[in-house]
Ligand binder design. Structure first.
Ligand code: FES
Length: 357
């Protein structure tokens, strides 16, 4: 994984709804290979706002088939970057980017597949990339999109989704669910939870689908995932991504510093870019990432919430405990990969390598 940021320009800032803009990134020709992506992946941004180093990761909503890199940023109460993107960022501004990452992806196939996608709010961004790409390059495949928003007005990419529906009439089915607006059918009202899943899958979507893609706030995402598991859908068919709100980060930052018995201390060695450095870290204190940043290390990270995997590294020696892990696949964990923003030492010596792919 490349941990280095590249400076790129903003090509366009486009207002999508009252509280959401999409941002087209101008990736120069010499970086296009490095920034190539699969539909559903996300990208990490870095900028300075009021002298503060701000990093965020956002899913690409564009399709790689169109040689385009676009993200959407919805305003979050008190969100430093989302406010900046919605009110200040302009065409021609520069921003730093890390190459795309993530496992929430649509794999290419020539087989006829049926995909069910369930998104809420800005959770539509990776799902839109998946649907656009799959409709274009999997001509035998079908998509069902269940998309939850507060009102009709707040539906992000409403026109684009309508246009896809019109273009692929027999291969894309879209069902909107609104939480703060009355609709003619009760099915289209409310929130997506287990009870709503029962209705949706009884009347519209099929549990026989080949893959399920879920993206939205934690509560909805986990409710749908758990419901699908309760219906005996195999884990390998359930793909989910939590969208990463700035509020989640704040909550996580607080819990990263755990009070308690700090008698036990681990000697931590970090390998990065072919060099290494060491420091001591109590078992129940800051995460490995926070402690290393405090030492002045320039380590990769974005969400600090266990979601984006930007801080992924391989544990070469010792044991850690992760607070949460929403980003690593079970086989990566089995291979020894960890999210350093979530990891606390559980042995007296740790060797953590950011260079291993
Ligand atoms: S920084 Fe996002 S998972 Fe660690």
């Amino acid at each position: 994984m490349s941990t280095h940021f590249e400076k790129v320009q903003i090509k366009e800032v486009h207002r999508e709804t009252d509280d959401c803009v999409s941002i087209l990134l101008d990736i120069p020709d010499n970086l296009k290979d490095k920034f190539s992506y699969l539909p559903g992946q996300h990208i990490t941004l870095r900028t300075k706002i009021n002298d503060e180093d701000i990093r965020r990761s956002y899913s690409l909503c564009s399709s790689p088939l169109h040689n385009e890199w676009r993200i959407a940023v919805k305003k979050v109460d008190g969100g430093i970057f989302s406010m900046f993107a919605n009110h200040t960022l302009q065409q021609g501004d520069e921003i730093e980017l890390m190459p795309p990452l993530g496992h929430f992806v649509l794999q290419h196939t020539n087989d006829a597949k049926h995909y069910v996608c369930i998104a809420a709010g800005s959770g539509i961004t990776p799902v839109l990339s998946i649907i656009k790409t799959g409709l274009a390059n999997q001509p035998q495949s079908q998509f069902t999109l269940i998309y939850a928003n507060r009102t009709r007005q707040s539906i992000i990419f409403k026109e684009e989704i309508e246009a896809l529906k019109n273009k692929y009439t027999t291969r894309l089915q879209v069902v909107h669910i609104l939480s703060r607006e009355h609709t003619e059918a009760p099915l289209n009202e409310g929130r997506i939870d287990a009870a709503k899943c029962e209705q949706i899958f009884k009347r519209i979507a099929s549990l026989e689908a080949d893959d399920f893609f879920i993206c939205g706030p934690e509560e909805m995402t986990l409710a749908v995932k758990n419901w699908l598991q309760s219906k005996h859908i195999e884990d390998k068919k359930i793909h989910f991504e939590l969208f990463n709100t700035e509020n989640t980060n704040k909550a996580k930052k607080k819990t990263n510093i755990i009070a308690g018995n700090n008698d036990e201390v681990s000697h931590v060695t970090i390998n990065l870019d072919g060099r290494s450095f060491d420091f001591d870290l109590p078992f129940n204190y800051a995460s490995i990432l926070d402690a290393a940043l405090h030492q002045g290390a320039d380590l990769p990270y974005a969400c600090k919430g266990g979601v984006c995997t930007t801080c992924k590294a391989k544990l070469l020696e010792g044991k850690v405990e992760m607070d949460v892990n929403y980003g690593l696949e079970p086989d990566e964990v089995a291979e020894g990969f960890i999210l350093t923003c979530q990891s606390h030492p559980r042995t007296k010596k740790l060797v953590v390598d950011f260079d291993v792919k």
